[in-house]
Every structure is written in C-alpha cells, then in structure tokens.
Design a binder for this molecule. Structure first.
Ligand code: SAM
Length: 212
C-alpha cells in the first residue's frame, strides 16, 4: 500500500492512545498481556493496512487480544479515522516488522497473520519480503511452541518462493492452497476483498512454528 505523504499524520498517530509507539513497545516485551489486563492469547497481524481484518477478527473473537502492526503512519491514520473507537482487545503498533523480536519476548505470541504483504517482485529486493529468512527467524522467536502463522497472497510467485523459505527454515506446513475458496477463507482483509472482486485466485498457507 503506497500512500502519499500526509502532513501531520505522524503527530496524529503518535497522539492516539490506542497506538503503541516504538519506544513504549520496547518496554512491553514480555508484558503485553498486562496492557490488555487479561491473560488472553495474543494474535498479531503484520502489515495491518487500514485494519479491516483486524477489526472484524477482534469482533468475532473477543477472547483473543489482537495487535495490528503497521509501518506507515498515513495508513494507520486512515485506519483510526475509519474506525475511531477500537474494541478493548485491539492495539495498533506503529513499528517496522524488523523490530518484532525486540518488542515481543520469546514465545509471547500465539498466532501471526500475514495478509497480502508487499511482493517485492525484483530478485534484488527479495530480502525485503516479509517471508525472507530473517523475518521467519523473528516470527519463530516470538511464537509459542504451538504457534502458527497464516500467510495469504494473490501472487503465486511470492507464494511458491515463500513456501520454499518456510520449508528451508523447518516450518511444518498445515495447509497450502493456490486457490483458496471464499467459504474456507474466514475473515478477509481489504486486499483480499479487492482481489476476489477481480476474480484472482488467493494463495494461502498455514504453518506450525519452525524448529530450526
Ligand atoms: C499490501 S498492504 C496489505 C494490507 C492488509 N494486510 C490487507 O490485506 O488488506 C501491506 C501493508 O504492510 C505494511 N508493511 C510493509 N512492510 C512492513 C513492515 N516491514 N513492517 C510493518 N508493516 C509493513 C504496508 O505499509 C502496508 O500497509
């Protein structure tokens, strides 16, 4: 999702009390449940965009705490303007996914969602893909022993490349599909809604945490 610079977006996002900023997040490692004042499991969406998936998931599963991670302040601003009141089981984390292993303790997260991450199609940009080994190692660190990750994309090349990355890093596939039917897709994100409208097949994979 590419958005033009919006004057004041950073200030808007930083002043919203439902958004966790990097410096605060660094102090939260190992203590995220305290923020929600309960012991519910933590689910993390990486690259939440404008928050459609996060909001619908939090409403459907009030017994789960959801954190939406997003790098781009303009996108977070749009999510906050769209939804205004977030339910108590959501927080937005304004952060680069590179820092995940600094803000979550080992095993602190039960499930990760990667919905339609940027494909970075050029080979020389492969390390920017959110399914590159360095990211998989961070996900492995923060997931608990039974932790799972679900990845969806409309891009079959990115999907096949990612399936190989997960395999090489010892992740155990639970389900892999190059054309996931809508009825099996569960809650869908903004990008998934758009691609399904265009009739594009949706690739989806789910893995158990890597053992390497
Ligand atoms: C293509 S959009 C998909 C949005 C949403 N997940 C959906 O499916 O509708 C990808 C999102 O990931 C965010 N993103 C990309 N790289 C990121 C990173 N390293 N850390 C956090 N967010 C990132 C982008 O800013 C963008 O909002």
């Amino acid at each position: 999702m590419r958005l033009r610079h919006i004057e004041g977006a950073a200030e808007f996002v930083a002043s919203n009390e439902q958004v966790i900023l990097e410096q605060d997040a660094l102090a939260m490692s190992g203590h995220w449940q305290q923020l929600f004042a309960n012991e519910s499991p933590l689910h993390l969406e990486i690259g939440m965009g404008r928050g459609r998936f996060l909001m619908a998931s939090a409403a459907a599963y009030p017994q789960i705490n959801f954190i939406g991670l997003e790098l781009c302040e303009e996108v977070i601003m749009q999510a906050l303007q769209r939804y205004q009141e977030l339910p108590p089981n959501i927080r937005i984390l304004w952060l680069n996914a590179k820092m995940l292993d600094q803000v979550f303790a080992k095993g602190e997260v039960e499930r990760i969602y990667l919905n339609f991450p940027d494909p970075w199609p050029k080979n020389r940009h492969a390390k920017r893909r959110l399914t590159w080994d360095d990211y998989l190692h961070k996900y492995q660190h923060i997931l608990d022993d039974e932790g799972t990750l679900r990845f969806k994309t409309d891009n079959p090349q990115l999907f096949d490349w990612s399936v190989a990355r997960f395999a090489d890093n010892g992740w155990e596939p639970v389900a892999l599909s190059h054309d996931l039917p809508l009825e099996e897709s569960g809650i869908i994100s903004e990008y998934e809604t758009r691609y399904r409208r265009y009739g594009q097949p949706i690739c989806c994979g789910e893995w158990k945490k890597g053992r390497k």
